[in-house]
Design a protein. Sequence first.
Length: 593
Amino acid sequence: MKRLLLYVHFNRYNSLSDHVLYQLEQMNPLFSRIVFISNSQLDEAAINTLRERRLIDEVVQRKNSGFDFGAWRDGMDAVGWEQLKNFDSLTIMNDTCFGPLWDMLPIYQKFEEDNTVDFWGLTNHRAQGKMKEHLQSYFISFKKEVVLSPAFPHFWLNVQDFDDVQDVIDHYETQVTTTFEEEGFRYRAVFDTVDEPTDHMPHPDFSFYNTSAILQHGVPFIKVKPLNAIPEYTVAVLDFIQKNSDYPTELILRHMSKVFPNTENYLLAYKYAQMAPASPSPKAKVAIHLHVFYTDLLASFLEIFATYDFAYDLYITTDSKKKVPTIEEVLNLYNAQAAIHVTGNVGRDVLPMLKLKKELSQYDYVGHFHTKKSKEADFWAGESWRNDLVDMLVRPAGSLLAQLEKSPDLGLVIADIPTYFRFVKLDPAHEAMIEPMMTKMWKEMGMTKVIDFKAYSTYVMSYGTFIWFKYDALKPLFDLDLTEEQVPAEPLPQGSILHAIERMMVYIAWGQDYDFIIAPHPKRLAPYIDVNLLNTKPSNTFYPWAPIEFTQFGGLKGSVKFFFHANFGILKYVTKRVLAPALRIYHKVMPFN
């Protein structure tokens, strides 16, 4: 059979995801000719990849005008309307799906041998209101008889470039089936949803709202959007695919992590580092930055560094010249070498790291650590916190660096949540105070990916800013060239730029197209802890917060600001509840004309 595929690609960030390459690779043997139509502006490297791997025969680059239907129209025009008649079938599809999960050839053969079918698709949408039943347009295949009919070019040549996707749905997706059905052509779907139960579905669109039914009925593609829109089912979907298909689910995880923020709950379970013993290659250039405020803790870090079986350069920053002799004495004791920089007592550990921009930019991988203590609760929120971070990120450095080196997509390694923060929560008022600074910095860094920090009640971060990273992953942060004037002096106020940076590192890396992994906690804490805290009875709603000592967080001014943010929501709620009955009575007595 001589088959033609018109494949429409769109990526909001103008990149070419690996699942698209896999999709084309699997579909390629079925077709005599594949026309790749991109509604995104791909760079030359991406287009060369398609051509060098011989996945496509022709590329059409265009603006995203008219969406898929405008693209398919232009693809037909590129092939030539007379040339279309030379193919036994013409298939239109787009890259809004993952798959194929199973071999497509038997499906094609089944419908090609069925003389009662003139065109077919994967799923149909049942009639609803004025909308008639129709094949969903993410995949439709037309036999030669349909293509040869006068109705075929008449339909496609009249496709307009609507700017509103709903106009495209109303005029074309819902009409393409009925147009050819009215010409006497017959159609079928791989999964006929018309008589399927729709219990617990808000809308009878099975491709979006019922991925489980799609999988159980053998549809070889699943839509991308519902995996992010209905995340509570995504882990089960991935598990089903792993057990019943040879499809590499890492392609799904990789694409979802690039297009959507990679901190979505359904993704986190797949981001744990593998802790098998390993080391980076000898060619890897590694830098370690250690900010030493508390000199009594330096030796504990040097003892661990001495166990590394890979080469690294050590950079130590400290706040005062008076501490340099002590630091040098400890270095000599451990026969260690380091470049020491006095950076002042502004910006804690973060600004000193950023001041090393010129030095750190020369390395493949950078570790950032500091001699952490917490004045407000030194043992519980200081020593235990620091020890957890050291166990997760400092001791297993070789294994973590090996994983960074192995994957070009990885740009950051963070620690799992320290033990202390499994029993307490960050105060929501505190987090609300930080969000405006995060939004402001995102714009200042010129990040092109879209993220709404207001939508998050908490953030995926390495508590305490211990991290391993590739410099390019955090380059926008270094390029801000923050000065001491932009960073508050001690005691640090709530909602400072340093709090924002701590929470933003994973998201900055995502903005640079890098993913992250989580170094697992060596101590097992039962997930029942999280379940118990999440499901506290209303009569017992006290949930301990991490203590805030305002001497360390802005003094009197910081406490007043915190009080406003913490209580504004309560005041708003009480006001609404008190005024609402009075307003209802007023409207009854004094109705508006």
